[in-house]
Design a protein around this ligand. Structure first.
Ligand code: KG4
Ligand code: ZN
Length: 335
């Protein structure tokens, strides 16, 4: 059997990334150029700045990915690319690069949904056995995705307002931290105590939807009221209280989801899956579900990268998914 080599692109937000992935499970090369520094002074991603960085980086990263691997275009089976969701101008750079290479080298073009990529990063740890359930938790999404079989994605729980990562970033901004604030809050949270009582939403409904905006507002109000009274907030303790609230919501709903759906594999994926507290909590939950294979995506592959797009691209490729040269960026794409 021939190895399948997928050349994959990711450019939906502030990471330009190109990867070569073998048979959906092995990273041959992975290049990531992050633009975080350029966006930090604006407190979030500036779309126009993101597009310009992607344009500057993408061809360099393609060359680097191929030369790192010692491969040429002749070795590639298919080209996979994130076509949504994300920033339209940012997505278009990856989509255009992928289309150009697919056309120039007459390779199949495989469109990938960004979240499917995050979930497929689990394949770098262990094979996903189906049915499988994923907690997909990032800056743009907080959802449970049920996969009865491979390449069949059904969202069975979703956030009604902010995504978990988004709430980290917004709370971080209130705390005066740099964007993106998830990692910093996670580190601070491990050093503080749960001093402030913060609300948890939708905890006892037995359903799988989330809401994070009330928690964010509670933090903003707490800070505002303290300032009015001339009191100072202990930011480390605030980080602990905030993270405890987020984790309790994520883990309680995960427990409900695993009780509701009988699955063989549970995956935690997305940028927030890098959270140390969440990873520890998931490990503890494993004890209650000994028959389910728990996969945490690798720490280094939790955030946006093209290797995960290569893994999801390999699945899509095997299922015959193809795009034409009219493939367009879809900023609001869902599964
Ligand atoms: O998946 P990702 O790289 O991009 C999206 O698809 O959104 O996720 C980025 C999000 C940001 O909101 C960031 O603050 C959050 O993931 N994040 C974390 C941690 N590391 C990154 N949130 C909590 N704890 C972390 N350690
Ligand atoms: Zn992402």
């Amino acid at each position: 059997m021939h190895d399948r080599i997928i050349l994959a692109f990711e450019s939906s937000a502030d990471e330009t990334s190109v990867a070569l992935v073998k048979n959906g499970t092995e990273i041959i090369s992975l290049e990531i150029a992050t633009q975080i520094k350029s966006h930090q002074r604006f407190g979030g991603i500036v779309p126009e700045v993101a597009s310009r960085h992607h344009i500057e980086q993408i061809t360099l990263l393609i060359d680097a990915a191929l030369s790192d691997a010692g491969l040429s275009y002749d070795d590639i089976t298919a080209v996979a690319v994130t076509y949504g969701p994300g920033l339209v101008g940012a997505l278009l750079i990856g989509v255009t690069a992928a289309k150009t290479i697919a056309w120039a080298h007459q390779l199949p073009l495989v469109p990938v949904v960004h979240m499917a990529g995050h979930i497929a990063a689990a394949q770098f740890v262990a094979p996903i056995e189906y049915p499988a359930l994923a907690l997909m938790v990032s800056g743009g999404h907080t959802e449970f995705v049920l996969m009865q079989s491979e390449y069949e994605y059904v969202v069975v729980g979703d956030t009604r307002d902010d995504a978990a990562g988004e709430s980290y970033d917004k709370v971080g901004r209130t705390m005066g931290l740099d964007y993106p604030a998830g990692k910093t809050i996670d580190q601070m949270a491990h050093q503080g105590v749960d001093e402030y009582h913060l609300p948890r939403a939708l905890m006892h409904d037995g359903k799988l939807d989330f809401s994070f905006s009330g928690l964010k507002s509670a933090v903003i109000n707490l800070k505002h009221n303290a300032e009015q009274r001339g009191e100072t907030i202990n930011l480390q303790n605030l980080a602990t209280s905030f993270q405890n609230a987020v984790l309790e919501m994520l883990l309680t709903k995960t427990q409900t989801a695993l009780t509701t759906y009988s699955v063989k594999t549970f995956i935690v994926a997305g940028g927030v899956a890098a959270n140390r507290g969440l990873r520890d909590g998931i490990d503890q939950l494993q004890v209650q579900f000994p028959d389910v294979k728990f996969i945490k995506v690798p720490l280094a592959l939790a955030g946006d990268n093209a290797a995960m797009i290569g893994a999801a691209g390999d699945i899509a490729y095997r299922h015959g998914k193809r795009a034409g040269y009219d493939l367009n960026a879809k900023p609001g794409l869902e599964f």
